[in-house]
Design a protein around this ligand. Structure first.
Ligand code: GAR
Length: 214
């Protein structure tokens, strides 16, 4: 069975849906460790409740530069020998060295329709821009922030009275559908990254990923 490490910084609702899909045997994989960079991340409690090894590699401690911190992450991850690393709300920029080490087996979920709104505050930026739709992307991670090849996106409407919190909740419903699906595809060896492109069943995916409507 494929081995997965999930990295989080916060609530861990995406982690939770992945745990549930694995329990339901929809995703045939084993979460071998959950790593948080924050000691108070609720996702650590979710992992503990599910009986999954969980570790905080604390990025809030002073005296660690980015390179040293990411090396510590690598050293921790290597203990678990994962086939796939799932970034599920891990809110740190990773070094090029870290990304290179796990290229092709490192995926991220980002709350926007990439390439729109890389970085932070995506929901508010979509509202401020007057967009009528928004969404979420799952992508392979490459060294440039939020720039790796998209695997799948899901769209939601933006309504006139929306604030960022309501919009984030609407997007999260979609996150919980698409992220376990991507993990399922990966562990079934249907999904790969090849020469910087995402491929499903041997076919190159377009810039909007699987099931794009354009
Ligand atoms: C998710 O909404 C995810 O899209 C976002 O963090 C949230 C984590 O929620 N990720 C990013 O913003 C990455 N740039 P969760 O902890 O409840 O899964």
């Amino acid at each position: 069975m494929k081995r997965i490490v999930v990295m989080i910084s916060g609530s861990g609702s995406n982690l939770q849906t992945l745990i549930e899909q694995i329990h339901l045997k929809d995703v045939n994989a084993n979460i071998v460790c959950v790593i948080s960079n924050k000691p108070d991340a609720y996702g650590l409690t979710r992992a503990e409740d599910a009986g999954i090894p969980n570790i905080c590699v604390d990025s809030t401690l002073s005296g660690r530069d980015r390179e040293a911190y990411d090396q510590l992450l690598i050293d921790t991850i290597e203990i678990y020998q994962p086939d796939l690393i799932v970034l599920a709300g891990f809110m740190r920029i990773l070094t090029d060295e870290f990304v290179a080490n796990y290229l092709g087996r490192l995926v991220n979920i980002h709350p926007s329709l990439l390439p729109k709104y890389k970085g932070l505050n995506t929901h508010q930026r979509a509202i401020d821009n007057g967009d009528i739709e928004h969404g979420v992307s799952v992508h392979f991670v490459t060294p440039k922030l939020d720039d790796g090849p998209v695997i799948i996106q899901a769209k939601v409407p933006i309504f006139v009275d929306d604030d960022a919190d309501i919009l984030a909740q609407r997007v999260q419903v979609q996150e919980h559908h698409i992220y376990p699906l991507v993990v399922k595809w990966f562990v079934e060896e249907r999904l790969t990254m090849c020469s910087g492109k995402a491929m499903m069943d041997g076919q190159l995916l377009g810039m909007n990923g699987f099931a794009c409507d354009e």
